[in-house]
Design a protein around this ligand. Structure first.
Ligand code: GLU
Length: 286
């Protein structure tokens, strides 16, 4: 099967060697089997995105010797489509407005319970809130986040699929495949439409992976748990199921994660120090 893969960076910092691994992994997989490699700019976080980081993404990927199909999908140009998908979930009765702030959640959450990102598990503050309560906040000019009612979503899933468990196929480095069970309930009532932007990472990813015909989602292990929630959204929205590969993460020798604010492993910094694209390939594919 020919694959359609994508690299989907968020332009809120310069790319580092971890991104290079993600990009090269997706690119080479597509090239090896005559597939297609796409680039997607995930810039829904409008407060953090910066145009110079978008330009830098193109420059750095070019420098790595990668090529991708045009036009490049830019998520901030597609908010209407994310809202249309959210609207379908609303029609199914699966989203509810939530006005809780981070501190409201922290104060009410069980300190023992966190989501896979380590954030406090949402304690259901606005689930089942009265229409009056919601209207009052709206009239005061506040805008809510929209959260998935996880229990209702799992019921809707069961109504569609019966007892068939929600799964995804993980393709390992040697090409073998393993079927994994998805556990979206670990995320609790996740945010599907943010307060500040009319989308969320999970919603935009599933809408775009489907729209772009992505057949093989490749990304780092840090997004392994995201797949559980994304598989649930795909099923609820009748979107096709891609296969997945979650590659190893590149870390500092002390085990710490690379970050965009920590630019020592930044591709531009390495380039300025004289590294070549071949050097980067050698290091990350070692
Ligand atoms: N935009 C995400 C990031 O930069 C990656 C999304 C994905 O590959 O699904 O971490």
């Amino acid at each position: 099967m020919t694959s359609v893969t994508r690299f989907a960076p968020s332009p809120n910092g310069f790319l580092h060697v971890g991104h290079a691994l993600s990009a090269i992994f997706a690119h080479d997989l597509a090239r090896q089997n005559g597939g297609r490699f796409l680039l997607r700019i995930e810039d829904i976080d409008v407060a953090r995105r910066r145009p110079e980081f978008v330009t830098a993404i193109f420059e750095d990927l070019n420098w790595l010797g990668l090529s991708w199909e045009e036009p490049v999908l830019v998520q901030s140009e597609h908010f209407a489509e994310y809202l249309a998908a959210a609207d379908r979930l609303i029609q199914m009765g699966l989203l509810y407005p939530c006005f809780a702030t981070r501190s409201d959640i922290a104060a009410a959450a069980d300190p023992e319970k966190t989501d896979p990102d380590g954030a406090p598990l949402y304690p259901g503050l606005w689930r089942g809130a009265s229409a009056e309560n919601v209207t009052q906040r709206m009239e005061a000019g506040e805008s809510p986040a929209l959260r998935l009612n996880m229990e209702a979503a799992l019921q809707a899933l069961a109504a569609k699929r019966g007892d068939a468990p929600l799964t995804f196929v993980e393709v390992k480095e040697d090409g073998s495949q393993e079927t994994r069970t998805a556990e979206p309930q670990r995320w609790g009532d996740a945010v599907i439409v943010r307060k500040d932007v009319p989308a969320s990472y999970h919603l935009a990813v599933v809408v775009d992976d489907a729209r772009q015909g992505v057949t093989h989602v490749t990304r780092g292990q840090d997004l392994f748990a995201a797949t559980d929630l994304q598989r649930l959204l795909q099923e609820l929205l009748d979107l096709p199921e891609p296969v997945y590969s979650h590659h190893r993460l590149i870390k500092w020798s002390n085990g710490q994660k690379l970050s965009k604010s920590n630019q020592d492993m930044g591709l531009r910094a390495l380039r300025e120090e004289g590294a070549t694209a071949e050097d980067i390939r050698r290091v990350i594919l070692a």
